[in-house]
Design a protein around this ligand. Structure first.
Ligand code: TNX
Length: 502
């Protein structure tokens, strides 16, 4: 008798537990898609994934998008979901190319037997998939196999598109170096949140982080500093020139290719930043002849202010060097925009340097600000001759903005207002809302940060369009970006902590 009961129970589990459709009823509060889709309608019913669910795809872009979710099911559930190229009868996700949908936009229709993702490009299909991923139980993100999860999602109709074309995060890998695996992980998380730009701050005083074949010392010397990680950032002494420099690292060109290709498969553009004329002590330490004084300097171990050892703006050899570097950089990064920094140059050496003085005289430049403007304009001519667009921090406005240059506004929104007024494109990244090296909670409970108080609520209030902008100016706003400077960020877990949830 007992055995019979057990048998009946077991059979009913098999029949009703596995074969019947889940009856789960969803409420809007069950839906947590970030960022919130423009339009979302919850309908009756649900779609249930099982090991026979297939992805009906018509081209490589669609199957690449599908693969993101297939990979998740493989890890979290152990299923090998397939893509097919003929239309199945039921239990499938289909992709439809639709020319009416705007760039990076998508429509997602979830019904009982079929899910439809409509878009006109890879990013749109990808974002449809990312939304599905976020509609699924959180277990879909598991790094190990999960038992007993019902992969059920509510029937919905979603129509979504980004408001801005530049949705970025900048990471500083100079002040502290981060491994390529962590960079890829971060890119994954950007794509998960439908962000599409990774601004790679590869150069700064405290480390040169990209291999340049023509100038090997940039990484032999410039990528390494004397290890003073035990001391506070601003309490580190200036190392002797012959002291052993062991702390640092760099990406080989192969690493860079891998990162760029990985980002591309996640709909993310990597924009490299090659700083100039300042924040380049690591380059001057490698090749002192690039500076005005040509005096050997060490790679600083920590804080350096003011930054006076900068590239000489008088010698043509400086520009030859930079053009060589940018040529290798542009071969690695297919991005439309090339960031040249331009921030925080203390130009006292330019005032004394005979080469710079001669340049100012020959070019009829009245101030060192105009000399910086000459510097950036000259680089802009080079970059635009290669079909790319120069972007720089808002200091590139000083002394006159190069024609065709775009501006990243960081010292508040002023630079963005000014540049857009002059008809230039801008990316808004004001320190007040977008600096993730600032505190996100009370200073006495948070890890040491740069200063400033930028909790998630404040970040959430950020709007790249400033109220006082005219309609014309607003059209020049490409979008917004968060910046994670890494003076105080030494580990991946700390870096993650600063990025999320902001
Ligand atoms: C200013 S923002 C900098 C960085 C520092 C940051 C610290 C900008 C263009 N330059 O070099 O890391 O402040 O918040």
């Amino acid at each position: 008798m007992k055995l019979k009961v057990v048998l009946v129970f077991a059979l009913s589990v098999i029949f009703f537990g596995c074969n019947t459709k889940e009856t789960k009823v969803f409420a809007e509060s069950d839906i947590h898609v970030i960022p919130k889709p423009e339009n979302l309608k919850l309908k009756e019913g649900n779609f249930q994934f099982n090991q026979n669910t297939v992805f009906y795809v018509a081209d490589d872009a669609q199957s690449a998008a599908a693969q993101i979710l297939i990979d998740r099911f493989k890890v979290a559930q152990g299923w090998d979901l397939k893509t097919v190229d003929t239309e199945p009868k039921s239990n499938y996700i289909q992709f439809k190319t639709s020319e009416n949908i705007e760039e990076e936009g998508y429509k997602l229709m979830v019904d009982n037997d079929v899910i439809t993702i409509e878009s006109n490009d890879f990013n749109g299909f990808l974002y449809g998939i990312q939304t599905l991923r976020q509609l699924l139980p959180p277990a879909i993100e598991s790094q190990t196999k999960i038992a007993d999860t019902h992969w059920v999602i509510p029937n919905v109709e979603i129509a979504d598109k980004p408001r801005f074309e530049w949705r970025g995060l900048m990471m500083d890998v100079s002040r502290h170096f981060f491994q390529k695996e962590y960079i890829k992980k971060t890119i994954d998380r950007l794509a998960y949140h439908k962000m599409n730009t990774f601004h790679f701050h590869l150069i700064d005083d405290q480390g040169w982080r990209i291999e340049i074949k023509k100038y090997p010392k940039l990484t032999e010397v410039g990528a390494w500093r004397v290890d003073q990680e035990d001391k506070p950032w601003d309490g580190r002494y200036t190392p002797e020139l012959d002291e052993k420099a062991t702390y640092g690292g760099f990406y080989t060109q192969e690493d860079i290719k891998e990162i760029v290709a990985y980002a591309e498969s996640r709909g993310v553009t990597v924009v490299p930043e090659i700083e100039m004329p300042a924040h380049v002590t690591s380059a001057i330490a490698s090749y002192p002849e690039l500076s005005c004084l040509e005096k050997p300097v060490p790679v600083p171990s920590g804080g350096l202010w003011p930054i006076t050892d900068i590239y000489c703006a008088g010698k043509d050899s400086t520009f030859e060097f930079l053009e060589d570097v940018l040529t290798e950089v542009m071969a690695l990064f297919p991005s439309k925009y090339i960031h040249v920094g331009g921030d925080e140059a203390t130009k006292t050496n330019w005032e004394k340097c005979p080469h710079c003085k001669k340049r100012m005289k020959d070019e009829q430049l009245k101030s060192v600000e105009e000399l910086q403007s000459y510097f950036i304009k000259r680089m802009e001519r080079f970059i635009s001759s290669k079909g790319r667009v120069l972007i720089g921090w808002d200091e590139i406005l000083e002394g006159g903005l190069a024609p065709g240059a775009a501006v990243m506004s960081w010292r508040g929104v002023k630079g963005g207002l000014e540049a857009s007024e002059q008809g230039h494109d801008v990316v808004m990244t004001p320190g007040t809302h977008c600096y993730f090296d600032h505190y996100q909670g009370p200073m006495d409970t948070e890890p040491l940060a740069w200063g400033g108080h930028t909790p998630v609520s404040k970040v959430y209030q950020f709007d790249p369009i400033v109220d006082s902008m005219s309609e014309e100016q607003a059209k020049h706003v490409l979008g917004g970006q968060a910046n994670l400077w890494a003076e105080h960020i030494t580990t991946e877990s700390h870096s993650e902590y600063m990025i999320f949830p902001r």
